[in-house]
Design a protein around this ligand. Structure first.
Ligand SMILES: [Zn+2]
Length: 479
């Protein structure tokens, strides 16, 4: 059997397993699945229902919050939010004792590395993120990408995400891209897929953009679920030989091609700061997202504000770095009026926990800055939801509970032992909550988790697939 046939068979095996488990295999939103809730009513995709009796945090200033209120959802859209909604005959989702809020909007995550968790260590530099990804990344088949993205997105759902930005910087072929996109579609979350050159791609060659228009037309039928972006390698940074690093001349070519296709651009700024170089070459704009704001200067922040550039912070991963890498500059960015958002980055050496991300930012801010620059728990919840949607350019359809927006929301239990008794819901979310308190996850009107259980996903099958792929990958890497 040829390698390609082998991979195709493996993907087909995966696809048939998904079909058996009741998850759609392509453009999953079109498939209706019946499932039973652990609590009360059962819901089908894009059902009409009223979330009843929740503590509503809309993150929309014109709607405000409700200590006790209802949310009416129909055909994937939020149609009304009020203290009490009278909708005879409509199914009810009892949310008594729960916070109802927008789902978390994650803005930078290398989902293809999810299955590498057992290979990574924080104690052993040889098993750090860069040595492991650069050694094994080039051995990834499309089937491994599929298994890895699904594993990461399962954890995303369980942690309350409704949008993820898949920073896919290991796309060797069109089949690799298709595998990641199929996984995103199958899992049912909203997202951006940012296409990046494969691990080990020659730094002196521009990325091949020839397949991107096709990807956009095939995988993004304007249903608002997936959008396409471009991952740029670092520019002018020789601090880490294991990271992709291109010259400003190559960047000019690549960024021009991305812009000709209307694709937003994202790039890490770890290592030497490229911001002045980007500014000098006229490359910055509101279509640029930078990642890891650790070493920016006041002058650079002013430029970022003026150019409308956004900055994504990955607080848990960033706090694992040595002091020489810099500190998370949330206070400085907020003071300068730079657009900010929150991201997971990777899961090799920590878990997916948006509450923990907010908590890290809050504690670090209080430790470093105190009250000199005010930061509230509510502002952090906005950072983790609406600000992410603004960063990804999708705030017209998600990021807040607003009538007319898509129904991307979560219910968080407030009576659990680590949350109760609750007073201020924002304080509780930032200082007390954990992923295990996420009861219900609804994305685009589809209930993906209810009663803390996946409704459309066979997690054991996802886990088994990822473990098998990881073992096969290690064997290929050793061979
Ligand atoms: Zn990253």
């Amino acid at each position: 059997m040829t390698k390609l046939n082998s991979e195709r068979r493996s993907l087909l095996k995966v696809a048939s397993a998904i079909a058996v488990s009741g998850v759609a295999t392509s453009f999953g939103c079109a498939q209706k699945g019946n499932y039973s809730s652990a609590i009360g009513e059962s819901f089908v995709d894009r059902d009409e229902f009223v979330i009843r009796g929740a503590n509503i945090l809309s993150m929309d200033a014109s709607i405000g919050d409700f200590v006790r209120g209802d949310v009416h959802v129909r055909n994937g859209v939020i149609v009304a939010i009020a203290k009490e909604i009278n909708a005879p005959g409509v199914k009810v989702m009892d949310a008594n004792g729960m916070i109802c809020m927008p789902g978390f909007v994650e803005t930078h995550w290398h989902l293809w590395t999810s299955l590498l968790r057992p290979m990574m260590s924080t104690d052993d530099n040889k098993r750090g993120y860069f040595p492991v990804t650069s050694a094994l990344g080039r051995h990834f088949t499309p089937a491994y990408h599929y298994a890895s993205v699904r594993l990461g997105m399962a954890e995303a759902i369980s942690a309350g995400a409704t949008t993820v930005h898949n920073w896919a910087h290991n796309i060797a072929t069109a089949d690799h891209a298709d595998a990641e996109l199929r996984a995103m579609r199958d899992m049912g979350l909203r997202g951006r897929f940012s296409y990046g050159a494969a691990q080990g791609a020659p730094n002196n060659l521009p990325m091949d953009f020839s397949g991107l228009a096709k990807i956009k037309s095939q995988w993004m039928p304007n249903d608002g679920m997936l959008t396409l972006g471009f991952c740029s390698r670092n520019i002018g940074d020789a601090t880490n030989p294991l990271r992709g690093n291109i010259s400003v001349e190559t960047a000019r070519k690549e960024w021009a091609q991305a812009r000709a296709l209307g694709l937003p651009i994202t790039m890490h700024t770890s290592g030497a700061s490229p911001i002045m170089l980007l500014e000098k070459n006229g490359l910055l704009g509101s279509d640029v997202q930078l990642v890891h704001p650790l070493l920016t200067t006041a002058e650079e922040r002013k430029i970022l504000h003026n150019r409308g550039v956004s900055y994504s912070m990955s607080p848990v991963g960033e706090s694992q770095r040595p002091a020489s890498a810099g500190v998370i500059q949330l206070a400085e960015l907020l003071e300068a009026g730079v657009k900010v958002s929150m991201s997971i980055d990777l899961t090799g050496t920590y878990n997916v926990d948006f509450f923990q991300c907010m908590r890290f930012l809050y504690h670090l801010h209080r430790h470093r800055v105190g009250n000199r620059i005010p930061l509230t728990a509510k502002r952090l919840v906005q950072l983790a939801t609406l600000d992410g949607a603004v960063d990804l350019g999708i705030a017209n359809r998600t990021g807040s509970l607003t009538p007319g927006k898509r129904a991307d929301m979560i219910l968080v239990r407030t009576g659990d032992i680590n949350m109760a008794p609750m007073a201020d819901p924002y304080e509780a979310l930032v200082n007390l909550a954990q992923p295990r308190n996420v009861d219900t996850v609804i994305a685009d009107g589809r209930v993906l988790q209810r009663g803390g259980q996946f409704t459309r996903l066979d997690y054991q099958e996802v886990l088994r697939e990822a473990i098998d792929a990881g073992k096969a990958l290690q064997a290929r890497g050793a061979g």
